[in-house]
Design a protein around this ligand. Structure first.
Ligand code: FES
Ligand SMILES: [Fe+2]
Length: 340
């Protein structure tokens, strides 16, 4: 009923009811994550959730602001408000805040009144990269938005955005699903092709400064087209981003980035985009358009996950030869101090 008088404002960002441990939240909050596609942030506020923290993303002209989704006056969600010329307007008493978080207008007081600098939102840093709006919840961080694309591939007009969906699994589980080779012919036989009886050899694993790279051959049959031997390269950027390249000797390479933004311990919002290489053939293009189908095939299985948390101790699960990538991924997550 009441916020205890023993709680000093500002409130801690991590909600007490968060399913992410205090330790893991502290580690994960130092990284940058996408919270919206830039093209979605237009004339209405966008609500998002990151590590159990409710956020609002809003635009004023060319500027975009990211803030706690909570009006500092009487704690109404700002995402229920409206966009005005200067920024975002709260629906309750009409206070307006600019993208820097400062209150710039209060309709019910004398217009000449100087507004205190403390009348401001809890704002977060914002970067636009790869057509996405990124933010970081930590007050201080030495991290940056993950390096995913070569400079020449960063032209947003060449990026094809896949519909962002909320997956009912943790970001870490979504990452492991994306790099898991052995599930491909079982779950994606109709979209990607593959024979469930084939032996899946472990991919080649290389450790890099910011993650791992898995390389593996695969015979794919995209949406029933002619089978082709391709090479999959998964460049994992820790903790939650993948730059996935399909080297196709006959149909033109395809590059897709997969970034599950961690909403909570058991939910993530997955942003994906591909590069339109122009020289893609029809089969390659249909596969590109098919990412949403592939995602729904994965979600159909992962919604049955009995344990949403990712075990960082190998003894909790049994492992197949092709799970060497999962082993490497978990090892690198442990090195951040996660799961302690
Ligand atoms: S609660 Fe937002 S203006 Fe009063
Ligand atoms: Fe999959």
């Amino acid at each position: 009923m009441f916020i205890s008088t023993s709680v000093n404002p500002p409130f801690l960002l991590r909600p007490q009811a968060s399913g992410i441990s205090e330790n893991d939240w502290g580690v994960l909050s130092r990284f940058w994550y996408p919270v919206a596609y830039e093209h979605e942030v237009e004339d209405t506020p966008v609500a998002a959730k990151l590590l159990d923290v409710d956020l609002v993303i809003f635009r004023a002209g060319d500027e975009i602001g990211v803030a706690l989704d909570r009006c500092p006056h009487r704690h109404i969600k700002l995402s229920a408000g409206t966009i005005v010329e200067d920024g975002i307007k709260c629906m309750y008493h009409g206070l307006v805040f600019n993208t820097g978080g400062q209150c710039t207008f209060v309709p019910s007081i004398d217009p000449g009144t100087k507004l205190p600098a403390t009348w401001r939102l809890t704002s977060f840093p914002m970067q636009r990269r790869y057509g996405l709006v990124w933010t970081c919840l930590a007050q201080e961080t030495d991290r940056d938005v993950p390096a995913l694309l070569r400079d020449e591939d960063q032209d947003a007009s060449r990026l094809l955005f896949v519909k962002a969906r909320i997956w009912p699994v943790s970001a870490a589980r979504q990452m492991e699903n994306f790099i898991d080779l052995a599930h491909l012919p079982h779950i994606h036989s109709e979209s990607l092709g593959g024979d469930p009886d084939n032996i899946i050899k472990p991919g080649n694993i290389e450790h890099t400064e910011d993650g791992i790279i898995q390389t593996a051959g695969y015979t794919e049959v995209p949406f029933g087209s002619t089978p082709r031997d391709v090479v999959f390269t998964y460049r994992v950027v820790l903790p939650f981003a993948i730059d996935f390249i399909v080297n196709d000797p006959t149909g033109g390479d395809q590059r897709t980035c997969n970034i599950p933004s961690p909403r909570s311990a058991d939910e993530c919002k997955v942003f994906q985009f591909s590069i339109d290489t122009r020289d893609m053939d029809d089969a390659r293009r249909s596969l590109l358009n098919g990412w949403d189908i592939i995602n729904q095939e994965d979600i159909g299985v992962l919604r049955h996950l009995a344990v949403p948390d990712l075990p960082l101790d190998a003894r909790h699960e049994i492992h197949l030869p092709a799970d060497n990538v999962s082993h490497a991924y978990r090892q690198r997550l442990r090195e951040f101090g996660l799961g302690q």
